[in-house]
Every structure is written in structure tokens, then in C-alpha cells.
Design a protein around this ligand. Structure first.
Ligand code: PLP
Length: 604
């Protein structure tokens, strides 16, 4: 049977964008042909020097700058650090305990981290104060006005990377005194570039930061705007480049890429970037498809007021990791926009907006670049609609038998007896109840907590100790797994000793597969099932598998396979820990194997 590679659909443009061919050609020319050092006094340095000067002029034109300058650097993180250092350097060693450093609660991490770092390193010791946001993600303007007199710096953003919320910079400017303001103001402008016009001539912003890779340029390139008269301290010193304001040989190819981006912004007719209303139409098309896939999705952003290239949503009953996994399986890359807090991944941006926990834990960000074509959006929408069809055709999972829902994290097990409609369970009560209630209707199934002692279910024996730890054994096969509150007790030796195998070798056809992905992932992407066997096991079933699995009779090696190589390692280790046969682990995921198979069969 031939295997088909589905082309990747990248819908994570707020994280980064590809370098467009037009830009890569410019960069290649500068790296390979016009590669002179702009500081050289011979002729090879002349062209790169001119490129940098032209790029600076173009930046000033794009942002309508009359009294300020641009410094080319490695991107927004460097720009943010430079701006913060520049402002706080004036207070070095002053221990300003009564002063505050004001920043938006939904800023990119680079902002509070830079503030914390320089505040400490320079001995300023001011208090970091997060400006709250309202339910629509807009900064609380009154809060800013109230605290501005006591602040050393104000850091806000043009648009948010997770939600696409656009801040009202005019209102912020008014709150801090407009043109006559005293407070240094940094605006992280990364996400507005190419999406929302920024007029630095009309707004009293002192520092603005940009990264080229958010708009089809290379990573590690950007620039910082500095208003005339605003304090400035170089982050790095060296050979006097950038008029002595940033040492180090310039990234000429990167700067030339930025210059081309600025050219596009100056001449929309010659630019691949689409108009706002076109992008808004694209977003609508994608949202329609998403609603077909998840009819009860909830948007986590003001719509349509947010960036027209960003959709942020949650689906009741789905954590973000689960949704990412099914999109990933279908070849669509989206992101969660969440970081771990108190054990569970949660979006601090959505939390700051006061959204409910399930929304913060399940948030998915889907974003596309402003140069996306109508064909690309149609293809993405068609893929999402196809996912909906697959989801609707998914068979109901088997409910009876032994289940250990989250064997590597939580110690609880359930035996579902189909004939008596009884659920016998052991372990962490809150977690088990949530799981049972989401899979088994309380009207149909009776739940029974197992007591200390020994309980027999089909081929399995469950021994529960007085501390609540338990052991599940398969008497006939002489196998057992022990559990405590955190799941299976699995020494690192088991994980370390699993034999791993590269996806290109797995696809040779000499192996049998043990597919350990979740049903929702499997339904989005078929895995190769060739070889003498072909087994499927979802997470809740891994322990039963480890206790029962006997390999295949043809003695063909068995390889566990998942989406990216993590779970296959765990399952192979679990089978070993239970005393089962040797299972190998595929280092890559199903996508890699399919890719190699397709290449071999030339059906790409
Ligand atoms: N600020 C915002 C809003 C961003 O989205 C990002 C990148 O994700 C950054 C700052 C940091 O940019 P870079 O990693 O290019 O320095």
C-alpha cells in the first residue's frame, strides 16, 4: 500500500515565519557575493555600508520618524534589554525601593524578565508592577495614569502575540501626559509590524522593538528605535559599529532583509503583504472551518477587533496539548501559547484577562502571516474540514477491561466490568472521578472504590497496600507493575535501556509496529501497520498492554511508535518494567516514517 505525505500547513506565524524566496535571494547575494565588512575602508565595504544606511532611512520613513534613530540588532529581545538597561542605568546603585517599573500584564516574557534582570544587576531595586488588563485584553488606562508619576519606565506592547489584542497606544500616551510626558515609554512592536501601522511621529514612544522573523525575514535580526533625547546605554561595546551604539560586525544580510520588508511597507502595490480586510476575510474562512471541527469552540480574544491574522480559542473538555496533537497529526502546526504554572500548562495572558481555568488550560493559537495567499488559506480550511469529517467518523472506544488512564503521572486504576456495569477503582480520588465521569455515564455505571487487600479481575490481580500504593499483576504470565500516587514506579534504568531506532531504519519493512498514539491522533493520520503484527494502544491501555503483550509469533522485532518519539520510549520501558518482551522505540514519529516510506515509494 503506498503512503502519502501530507504537506505541512504552518499556522504558527506569530511564533515565526519562513524567509520568502525574494528575501533569501537578497541574503544569499550579500552572504556570497557582496560579503564585505561595512567597516572596511576598501571598496568591498562600500556596498554593505550603503545597504545599512539605506535600511536606516527606510525604517525612518516607514514609521514616520523625525526625531529619533534606529539601531540594527538581533531582534526584539535584545531591543527590550537595551531599552530597559538604557533607562535603568541612570538609577544604578540608587536602591529606589519606592519607585516602580510598570509593564503590561500580558507582555511577552522578555519584558518582565529584562526588567527583573537589570533592576537587580544595576541595584535599582524598584518594584515591578504589572498593569492589569480588562476582559478584552486592553490595558487598564486608569491604572497607568495613577501609577505613571511614580514609575521609572513604562513597557507596553503594540499587539499581543497570543491573542492578537491591539493596544490603544493613543490612550496610553494621553494617560502619561502626551508629548510633554516625562516617563520613558517602551513599546514592544514585534507583532504589529506589517499588520497595524505604527506612527512614531505622532506617538511619544521612546523605544520601539522589532524582529524580522515575524515578517518573512531571518531569525536573529531586528532593530530598535530610540527617540532623540531618550537615555541610551549600549548593551555591547566593540569596534564602534552602529555609531558606537552597538559593537559587533553588522549582520548585513539580515539588515538587507529588513530593508526589503520596509520597502514592502512603503510600497504596498509591490508587496506580497495583503490588505487588512483581505486578511480579516481569511481569518473568517479559517474560523468557519474550525467551528465545523469544534462546534462548541469559544474565542479567547475580542473578535473581530484583534489582529486579523490571529485566532485564539479553547474547546470545552480539551486541554491544549490534546488539540495540538491532533492538528499535528493532520499536518497542521498550531501552538498553545501557554507555559506551565502550578503543574498544569496555563496561558498567563488569558489568565490576566480573567478567563476561566479551562480556557487558559486549553488555549490554542492559530496564526498566519500577512503574505498568505487565498490558495493557502483555502487549503488550510479544507484540511480542517477534512479533520472534522474524520472526527465524526471516529468509532466509539471500547469501554470494558483494565484502564490506567495516566500511568506515568497519576496513580489510579479502573476495572470496568461491562456485564455488571460496575467500575472498580483505586487511587487518587479527585483525578479518578474526573476521568470516570468524562468516559462513563454516571446513569449507566456504578462506581466502587476498592479497599485495601487483594482483588481479582479476569487475568489481573490488584493488591492494594494500607498506604494506598498498589500493584497490578498478571498471574499467568508472571508480570507485575507497581504504582504510587505518581503512577507506575519506573526506575530510570528502564527508560535508559530501551533500544531506540531511527525512523528510516524502521521503514525498511522488517519491523512490526506498536502504535501508541491516542485515538484522536490516529484518526487524523494513518500509521503503517505492515509486518507480522500491528498493534494500537492508547495511554489508558498502556499498562494492560505491558502486562499482556507477547510480541509476535514470527519473531519480528516490534517497534513502538508515536507522534514524536516521547511516548514510544515510555511504552517500551513500561513493557520492560512489567517483565514483557523487548520492544524497541522509534526515535522519530509516525510522520517521519510515513515520509521515508513515501520517498521510497515515490508517492509524495
Ligand atoms: N515580543 C513579542 C510580542 C513576541 O511575539 C516576541 C517573539 O515571540 C518577542 C518579543 C521576542 O522576539 P525575538 O525572539 O525575535 O527576540
Amino acid at each position: 500500500m503506498p503512503y502519502m505525505c501530507v504537506p505541512e500547513i504552518f499556522l504558527d506565524a506569530n511564533a515565526t515565519t519562513p524567509v520568502l524566496p525574494e528575501i533569501s535571494q537578497i541574503m544569499q547575494r550579500l552572504c556570497c557575493n557582496q560579503f564585505g565588512n561595512p567597516s572596511s575602508s576598501h571598496l568591498a565595504g562600500a556596498m554593505p555600508k550603503r545597504i545599512i544606511a539605506d535600511a536606516r532611512k527606510a525604517a525612518a520613513q516607514v514609521f514616520n520618524v523625525v526625531d529619533g534613530r534606529f539601531i540594527f540588532n538581533s531582534g526584539a529581545t535584545e531591543g527590550i534589554n537595551t531599552a530597559v538597561l538604557s533607562v535603568l542605568a541612570e538609577y544604578t546603585g540608587q536602591n529606589r525601593k519606592n519607585a516602580i517599573l510598570l509593564y503590561g500584564a500580558t507582555e511577552h516574557k522578555a519584558v518582565p524578565e529584562a526588567l527583573k534582570h537589570w533592576n537587580h544587576v544595576l541595584g535599582v531595586n524598584a518594584e515591578l508592577l504589572a498593569i492589569p488588563v480588562l476582559a478584552d485584553g486592553a490595558l487598564d488606562i486608569q491604572f497607568i495614569a495613577k501609577h505613571a508619576p511614580n514609575a521609572l519606565i513604562l513597557c507596553t506592547m503594540g499587539a499581543n502575540n497570543e491573542t492578537g489584542v491591539i493596544q490603544d497606544l493613543q490612550a496610553i500616551a494621553r494617560a502619561i501626559g502626551g508629548k510633554d510626558k516625562q516617563l520613558p515609554w517602551l513599546v514592544d512592536s514585534v507583532q504589529v509590524l506589517g499588520k497595524v501601522p505604527l506612527d512614531l511621529g505622532a506617538l511619544p514612544i521612546d523605544y520601539a522593538t522589532f524582529s524580522a522573523h515575524k515578517l518573512y525575514g531571518p531569525k536573529g535580526t531586528g532593530c530598535l528605535f530610540i527617540r532623540e533625547g531618550a537615555p541610551y546605554t549600549p548593551l555591547q561595546q566593540g569596534g564602534g559599529q552602529e555609531h558606537g551604539e552597538r559593537g559587533g560586525t553588522e549582520n548585513v544580510a539580515g539588515i538587507a532583509a529588513l530593508a526589503r520588508i520596509f520597502d514592502w511597507l512603503l510600497d504596498p502595490q509591490q508587496s506580497p503583504l495583503q490588505a487588512m480586510d483581505t486578511l480579516a476575510g481569511y481569518r473568517e474562512e479559517l474560523l468557519l472551518a474550525l467551528k465545523n471541527l469544534f462546534p462548541n469552540l469559544v474565542l479567547n480574544q475580542p473578535y473581530p477587533e484583534s489582529l486579523p491574522t490571529t485566532i485564539n480559542f479553547s474547546v470545552p473538555g480539551f486541554e491544549s496539548g490534546k488539540i495540538i496533537a491532533i492538528f499535528d497529526s493532520a499536518g497542521i502546526r498550531v501552538s498553545a501559547g501557554s507555559a506551565c504554572s502550578k503543574g498544569k500548562p496555563q496561558s498567563f495572558v488569558l489568565k490576566a484577562m480573567g478567563l476561566q481555568d479551562w480556557q487558559c488550560e486549553g488555549a490554542i493559537r492559530l496564526s498566519f502571516g500577512p503574505a498568505s495567499s487565498a490558495e493557502f488559506i483555502q487549503m488550510a480550511a479544507a484540511r480542517i474540514n477534512a479533520m472534522a469529517d474524520r472526527l465524526n467518523n471516529l468509532d466509539e472506544a471500547e469501554r470494558s477491561g483494565l484502564w490506567v488512564p495516566d500511568p506515568l503521572n497519576v496513580g489510579f486504576a479502573v476495572y470496568a466490568d461491562e456485564t455488571s456495569k460496575s467500575l472498580y477503582y483505586v487511587g487518587n480520588r479527585d483525578r479518578v472521578k474526573t476521568w470516570l465521569n468524562s468516559y462513563f455515564s454516571a446513569d449507566e455505571w456504578e462506581q466502587q472504590l476498592l479497599s485495601e487487600g487483594e482483588h481479582k479481575f479476569a487475568d489481573f490481580t490488584l493488591k492494594i497496600s494500607e498506604t494506598g500504593d498498589f500493584c497490578i499483576s498478571h498471574e499467568k504470565l508472571g508480570r507485575a507493575l507497581s504504582f504510587n500516587n505518581s503512577g507506575v514506579i519506573l526506575s530510570s534504568e528502564y527508560l535508559e535501556n530501551v533500544e531506540t531506532i531511527a525512523p528510516e531504519i524502521v521503514s525498511s519493512g522488517e519491523y512490526s509496529f506498536l502504535d501508541v498514539r491516542e485515538p484522536l491522533e490516529t484518526c487524523m493520520q494513518e500509521a503503517p501497520k505492515f509486518g507480522a503484527g500491528g498493534w494500537v494502544s492508547q495511554r489508558a491501555d498502556w499498562c494492560r498492554l505491558a502486562l499482556e503483550f507477547e510480541g509476535n509469533t514470527a519473531n519480528q522485532p516490534v517497534v513502538a511508535i508515536c507522534r514524536s518519539g516521547g511516548r514510544s520510549l515510555s511504552v517500551a520501558a513500561l513493557v520492560r518494567a512489567a517483565g514483557g518482551p523487548n520492544v524497541l522505540s522509534c526515535e522519530g514519529g509516525v510522520t517521519d516514517v510515513v515520509h521515508f516510506l513515501a520517498a521510497k515509494e515515490s508517492v509524495i
